[in-house]
Design a protein around this ligand. Structure first.
Ligand code: AMP
Ligand code: ZN
Length: 500
């Protein structure tokens, strides 16, 4: 059963399907099935991608905190079907593989690892299942066969397409996006190479591989590879069932990827797959969506080190996580130096308030106003989170009590005039929210500064050794550092270091 302690109002979630906040009632409480569309692993995730995954990490954490047993499935999109914008060598994974002169699966491995490392830096919990598209080709073929049998798909020359107009006659195809089908039909441009499709909105379930296409599998329709949307339908059904509680992803996925996922699942399983569709809003730069193709994207590492030209300096992973939590997941979040500076202050203030709170002792006396303020703050923290995971509201509720706590900590003997059990609940609740729900952790700045200083010295000594052609010393420095988990990276600009 969910935690009843402060669960005084029910959890409301905004459901994209109904465009309203609804009381969250899982199909099989206390179990919750949650599927989130994962990254496409042909490059490192940019900060916008990270915002979406950090938001779902917070949602996962809060559901667990409420006592739900969540099965969180987040896939890895690694079957090469994302067309390259260059339009030269086909899909982006193959293109990257050719560029780096490696196998497509080496690209997939490299960027899946990079993605997991970045998420770990943001202190995001790993999902319970992380299935890959390439590991579920059979399931995708089976689902495609079932959709063909249902009559909502057709085969043309080794390709299988979903018949959108036929499906839309029988089912509310545009329910999730709220778009008008006629307008969609009129506004869709015919893209090159899609002349095999019957209808403009039809999408591929299976694609015949051209001779140069690297990732390919046998199928009843010949050698090819699956379309994008079918992987999520096949893997969510496999691990969470024909109907499950939560499906998430960025808002940009609503009109095509998620709309088509619903259509596929309805055609195959004869039921709507998802009870609550949750969508995160975009991280923007100067009001424009952060996107690799728009050329305005940042890598998290560039943000941590401050090496991006738009940045004044670097910001720590927890500052960036706090920056993300300061906005509601369904609002846009604009990226600026000022906003990051404010987030850094806000994060430090919160951590120092928690430290002060942890050290407080009950004075023995009970002051009514203090007692009320602490209780009100705790209730408001839960009210915020129960209001569609409203993290800014919950943070503000915690800050409400901060003046009281900080004053008590800094005056006299560090005592507060509250009942011992109220103080203990406040300490437990704030600790739980900061560490377990918001997923923040302390960053030992002092230790970091010392290490920075030592590393600058070591890098200087190694540079000197190399300029004296003393390669034994420079190699020794690299090897010893590597053994303690510090990797040196040499480039034209100089040497940087990283803890692995
Ligand atoms: P991709 O690797 O492109 O498939 O994207 C992974 C996830 O990041 C998807 O859920 C996208 O909706 C999401 N996403 C992409 N760009 C942004 C952005 N600028 N802000 C927030 N989420 C984004
Ligand atoms: Zn998906």
């Amino acid at each position: 059963m969910p935690n009843e302690l402060f669960h005084q109002n029910e959890l409301l979630v905004y459901n994209t399907t109904t465009r309203s906040k609804e009381v969250f009632r899982p199909l099989h409480a206390p179990f919750v099935g949650m599927y989130v569309c994962g990254p496409t692993v042909y490059s490192e995730p940019h900060l916008g991608n990270c915002r979406t995954f950090v938001s779902f990490d917070m949602i996962y954490r809060y559901l667990r905190h409420l006592g739900y047993k969540v099965r969180y499935v987040r896939n890895i999109t690694d079957a090469g079907h994302i067309e390259s914008t260059a339009g030269t060598t086909g899909d982006r994974i193959s293109e990257q593989a050719r560029l780096e002169q490696v196998e497509p699966m080496e690209i997939v491995q490299k960027y899946s690892t990079a993605f997991r490392n970045i998420m770990a830096k943001f202190n995001a919990l790993p999902p319970d299942i992380e299935p890959t598209a390439t590991g579920h080709i059979i399931e995708q073929i089976e689902m495609t066969k079932a959709i063909l049998e249902s009559g909502y798909a057709y085969e043309v020359d080794g390709n299988v397409f979903f018949d959108v107009e036929k499906f839309a006659k029988d089912h509310p195809y545009t329910q999730l996006s709220g778009r008008n089908l006629e307008e969609m039909l009129n506004n869709t441009r015919d893209l090159g190479g899609q002349e095999l499709k019957k209808g403009r909105l039809d999408f591929a379930l299976w694609i015949k591989a051209k001779p140069e296409h690297l990732q390919r599998w046998p199928s009843p329709w010949g050698e090819g590879y699956p379309g994008w949307h079918i992987e999520c339908s096949a893997m969510s059904t496999k691990y969470l069932g024909k109907q499950f509680d939560i499906h998430g992803g960025g808002m940009d996925l609503i009109p095509t990827h998620h709309t088509n996922e619903v259509a596929q699942s309805v055609a195959c399983n004869h039921t709507t797959p998802v009870r609550y569709w949750l969508h995160t809003n975009m991280l923007t730069v100067n009001g424009q969506k952060m996107s690799k193709s728009l050329g305005n994207s940042f890598l998290p590492e560039e943000l941590f080190s401050g090496s991006h030209p738009l940045l004044d300096r670097g910001y720590s992973p927890m500052t960036v996580r706090f920056f993300m939590l300061q906005a509601h997941y369904s609002s846009t979040l604009d990226f600026t130096n000022e906003a990051l500076q404010a987030a850094e202050k806000g994060y430090r203030r919160l951590m120092s308030m928690l430290e002060n709170l942890e050290a407080l002792k009950p004075s023995g006396a009970v002051d009514d106003t203090t007692e009320k303020a602490l209780n009100a703050s705790m209730l408001a923290m839960y009210a915020g989170m129960n209001n569609d995971f409203n993290t800014p509201q919950a943070i503000a509720a915690m800050n409400e009590a901060s003046a009281l706590i900080n004053t008590a900590a800094h005056t006299g003997s560090g005592e507060i005039s509250a009942r011992p059990d109220t103080l203990e609940r406040m300490q437990n609740t704030c600790r739980t929210f900061v560490y377990d729900v918001f997923g923040l952790k302390s960053e030992d700045d002092a230790g970091g500064d010392v290490l920075d200083g030592v590393m600058n010295l070591v890098i200087d000594i190694r540079k000197e050794a190399r300029s004296n052609k003393d390669f034994a010393t420079s190699d020794k420095i690299r090897d010893v550092l590597s053994a303690v988990g510090i990797v040196l990276k040499d480039s034209k600009e100089g040497t940087t270091w990283e803890q692995s």
